[in-house]
Design a protein around this ligand. Structure first.
Ligand code: R2B
Ligand code: URA
Length: 316
């Protein structure tokens, strides 16, 4: 923890450290914002749900697992595919409920809620703020949250599934930088080690793909930010790109995507158990364009979903 303290000292959060990183009592989500107490009505603007108009406890109180991922269609497919297994396990025919705002779409079946987070940290960060408040108002107990997504591989076979054990930024720092009032706050991009091991243990020996554990690098761009040579702009050479990928690989990075540091840091700050599981669409040492057929990509996208489904079914 002393490293974390040092990191946080970039602004002096040390005095309220315990308040930020204590685990949640009774399994209930605790919000680290005293100002919310004085709100008579909280409208979650991007979800288009409000505490005055919706009974959050009734709508979401039974949720135990929240799955997030980039696109609405993937989240919908995930809920559709887990419904029969959940219904069977819980011995009742579960109904699928859905709600779309103009920004995000949510799907719920029994104890599972799935919501799309869009592309990149800002979209994810807004969603997480509103989701954490939703969890709090709904009095959810011990919720576990996942990001299931896609990524670029660093020296791994396309189609491989990566379970992230730590998020790092473009400079390979293990934290997420949040700027508040013009000041930088460095929040550790820490994920639950036990959950990482549990997810890995759910791999079946006959899965037709590898599932590995490693560090994930988060960027705010798909093109130059990920060292690609095929964007609208490029100010580096292929040799520069290869050197950078080799540097990442040496540091233990196995994949690149656009949300992990914020996802890890904000869930950690909220005291919510969280895991990230992504499938690699290509090996970035071999190229930049994703040329795999639509059909194969759709198959690969199911792989992280399968692992999270196994986790959910086991923990019901
Ligand atoms: C992976 O894929 C998306 C970009 O294509 C982004 O959301 C990510 O992290
Ligand atoms: N998502 C990313 O962010 N990068 C890739 O290369 C593939 C998917």
């Amino acid at each position: 923890m002393s490293n974390v303290r040092k990191i946080l000292n970039v602004v002096d959060l040390s005095q309220i450290f315990d308040q930020y990183f204590n685990s949640n009592e009774n399994g209930l989500v605790r919000l680290r914002n005293p100002n919310l107490k004085s709100l008579d009505h909280d409208f979650l603007y991007h979800l288009e749900l409000g505490t005055n108009d919706h009974d959050f406890v009734k709508m979401f109180g039974d949720v135990k697992f929240i799955c997030t991922g980039g696109t609405a269609i993937r989240m919908k497919n995930f809920i559709n595919s887990i419904e029969p297994e959940l219904s069977k396990k819980l011995k009742t025919k579960l109904e699928i409920w859905q709600h779309s705002s103009s920004r995000y779409s949510m799907y719920k079946v029994g104890p599972v809620l799935a919501v799309n987070h869009g592309i990149g940290v800002p979209s994810l960060q807004i969603l997480l703020n509103e989701l954490f408040k939703l969890m709090y108002y709904a009095k959810m107990k011990n919720p576990v949250i996942f990001r299931i997504g896609t990524c670029g591989g660093v020296g791994i076979t396309p189609g491989t599934v990566v379970i992230t054990n730590e998020g790092v930024d473009e400079e390979i720092n293990p934290y997420f930088v949040q700027v508040v009032l013009g000041k930088k706050i460095h929040l550790p991009a820490t994920l639950d080690r036990q959950l990482v091991r549990e997810l890995k243990a759910l791999v079946n020996s006959d899965d037709p793909y590898d599932t590995i554990i490693g560090k994930t690098m988060c960027t705010s761009d798909f093109y130059e930010g990920q060292g690609r040579l095929d964007g609208a702009f490029c100010k580096h050479t292929i040799a520069d790109k290869m050197d950078y990928l080799a540097k990442l690989q040496e540091a233990g990075v196995v994949n690149i995507e656009m949300e992990c540091t914020a996802f890890a840091a904000l869930t950690y700050q909220a005291g919510i158990k969280a895991g990230i599981c992504c499938v690699a669409m290509l090996d970035r040492f071999k190229g930049d364009q994703i040329r795999t057929s639509n059909e194969v990509r759709k198959q690969w996208e199911l792989r992280p979903q399968d692992i999270i489904s196994r986790y959910i079914l086991r923990h019901l």
